[in-house]
Design a binder for this molecule. Sequence first.
Ligand code: AMP
Length: 171
Amino acid sequence: MEGLKNIIRDVPDFPKKGILFKDITTLLADAKSFQTAVDLLGHRYIDQNIDLVLGVEARGFIVGSALAYKLGKGVILVRKPGKLPHKTKKKTYKLEYGEDSLEIHLDAIKPGARILIADDVLATGGTVSAVIDLVEGLGGHVVECAFLAELEFLEGRKKVAPHGVFSLVKF
Ligand code: AMP
């Protein structure tokens, strides 16, 4: 796991001053690291009766689709407003300054479906909490929220509780 941790690049002051951005593009670009990461996540969920993997725009699409392929399941998308073409459900949530929204197709989830949420980094947990609301609003069951990396000091895990969080590496 130390290898996966070291290959994630730190970018200071992005997207604004004071933020240390964990850039996972360096992990994705390294064949062995990407394969290891997806294999480890796949191993965790292969026996969990997952119906669908949900990828969160945008880096979550990469993690989510690779993981869905590994599990032999389909992938569904949560996107920024106005991007999904069919009828959608929207969730607006608070950011540090202002607010943001996410959308899902109304027919993406059948009631009772077991959903695995995938994204690159768990920070404050605001984004994934909104995604959980969308899934549950459509009657889905969130099995767990899976991340490549977690910023533990931001305590996103607490915000997401009682839903489970799993991250491959912790900072
Ligand atoms: P959150 O605060 O958990 O809602 O994080 C929102 C999204 O922003 C996550 O999906 C991450 O992809 C991204 N993000 C937030 N903070 C960072 C960070 N320090 N490094 C990399 N990505 C981040």
